[in-house]
Design a protein around this ligand. Structure first.
Ligand code: SF4
Length: 479
């Protein structure tokens, strides 16, 4: 493979007479794996050894200058083979995860014992997570190709479909628009794809991978692709994005004059683009004053259990007493005991009804988790007081559908029913555009059934059907 020089640092914007900035360059050379420079004539030269106060040492094999003064260095960078080797084959499955990961930081910042409690359970990958991984691999692959890198997609492609192809195209467009935006104010701004970000100066062994990072003077941009569609994710105050930003600042902040960080969450399946900005001062203060003390407790499994919406994906949830207490708390009790009573709904107060309805979705999910956990354990031989494992109900099934059809046809009957494809299957058959052209006028979305949700829900409130809203007063004299 031909080697291509990839510039990473604009040397013309660095004050090498400043010891701190020069030390920052040294640090970045090590962390970003920088190996080469481009000189002011466009020649690419290999670096050899450490910088001194005025020059960059070069390895020219006895041919050409052995040192180059900083004013003759245009950029620092890498050769593509060296830079792309780990990521040219795009595969995210099997990546290491930190105990105090950025993606779980919302949880451990709120409930510091959670990471060590979760460590007892295997980290099994759900279908949604596998689909997300495939989407990230495809997105990375497309971004690399678009930016002139060679890239081979080696991940599990079973998840890739027309929908994912379209959504990852949207993500790539979004990233390139952010890059163009950054380059308007900082022409040397560059894009780093799937950048490992080390924030271990804030969180013990803390690191993560930023989907896309745009580094330049002024504002640094951190972009995260969220492929899930279960929960809309906001960038505002998002600790995962902030930790990525702190890692990016540690790596590039000494080189570029970064004073703000822009954090963008792109969640295409919910049509959600959420943006937050924070000054570097405020961000580093948050890291120092909020994160570091909580991380110190979390790494040792210390602190109080604290249940909240961050429990959603906690592996300890089915066993967690704090979560159980929170779920049972809104239910009315017959005595001081925690066992809830089940009074008739019409006997409850308005507050009790509101409280129970607000939590019912989470309670149902939690009950399902506990049931699944208990069943798994029972299947593995564990017994619970008052419970036993039995064979569940089952339904009759054909052993061989082909033989069934042939046997029925022999009787002169048609064993098949004719059924129209559903909207999702039909869209897949025709493709989005043809579906819209051919069937656009034949598809109707009826109003959804009224549903009670918390006031924080984004949907506008429906007007309840009362005699006042249903029957309009008649106009005129004789009403
Ligand atoms: S379920 Fe919630 S309260 Fe319990 S350990 Fe996990 S995050 Fe903490």
């Amino acid at each position: 493979m031909a080697e291509v020089y990839v510039p990473l640092l604009d040397a013309t914007s660095i004050d090498f007479t400043n010891d701190d900035e020069r030390a920052g360059v040294e640090k970045t050379i090590t962390q970003a794996g920088i190996t080469h420079i481009e000189d002011d004539r466009g020649d690419i030269r290999k670096i050899f050894g450490r910088l001194n106060k005025k020059t960059v040492p070069l390895n020219n094999g006895g041919d050409g200058p052995q040192r180059l003064t900083f004013d003759k260095v245009k950029t620092f960078g890498t050769m593509e083979e060296k830079k792309a080797a780990p990521s040219a084959e795009v595969q995210h499955t099997g990546r290491a995860h930190a105990v105090l990961s950025a993606s779980s930081s919302h949880r451990w910042l709120n409930c510091t014992p959670a990471p060590q409690l979760e460590a007892q359970y295997p980290d099994s990958e759900s279908d949604a997570a596998a689909e997300g991984t495939a989407a990230h691999e495809l997105a990375e692959h497309k971004l690399r190709l678009l930016n002139g890198d060679e890239s081979t997609l080696v991940g599990d492609s079973d998840w890739i479909n027309e929908e994912m192809d379209s959504y990852t195209d949207d993500y790539v467009d979004n990233v390139m628009a952010e890059l163009a935006r950054a380059q308007e104010s900082s022409p040397a701004a560059f894009l780093a794809i799937e950048q490992r970000l080390d924030f271990s100066h804030i969180v013990p062994d803390g690191f993560g991978t930023g989907d896309a990072l745009i580094v330049g003077d002024g504002t640094m941009t951190v972009i995260d692709l969220k492929y899930g569609k279960g929960v809309e994710v906001s960038a505002v105050g998002n600790p995962q994005m902030r930790l990525y930003a702190l890692g990016a600042l540690a790596q590039f902040g000494m080189i570029y004059n970064v004073d703000r960080v822009r954090m963008v969450i792109f969640q295409p399946r919910l049509n959600n683009v959420s943006v937050d900005e924070i000054s570097v001062d405020e961000l580093t203060k948050w890291g120092r004053e909020v994160v570091t003390p909580r991380a110190g407790l979390a790494i040792n499994g210390e602190g109080e259990l604290n249940a909240g919406e961050w429990c959603r994906f906690c592996r300890h949830a089915p066993q967690c007493p704090a979560l159980a207490a929170q779920y049972l708390e809104p239910l009315p009790k017959e005595s001081d005991e925690v066992t809830p009573a089940a009074p008739a709904p019409e006997t409850l107060t308005d507050d009790q009804v509101a409280n129970i309805v607000s939590w019912s979705g989470e309670i149902k999910k939690w009950l399902s988790k506990v049931e699944k956990f208990a069943l798994d354990e029972a299947n593995n031989g564990h017994s619970y007081p008052g419970l036993k494992l039995v064979e569940g109900r089952s339904v009759r099934r054909y052993t061989d559908e082909g033989k069934v059809a042939a046997a029925v046809e022999k009787t002169g009957h048609n064993p098949y029913e004719k059924k129209l494809l559903g909207i999702t299957a039909m869209t897949k058959l025709l493709g989005k555009k043809q579906f819209q052209d051919v069937l656009g006028d034949l598809v109707h979305k009826p109003a959804g059934k009224p549903t009670l949700v918390p006031e924080s829900d984004k949907r506008p409130a429906l007007q309840a059907a009362t005699p006042e809203t249903v029957f309009q007063p008649l106009g005129g004299k004789n009403q």
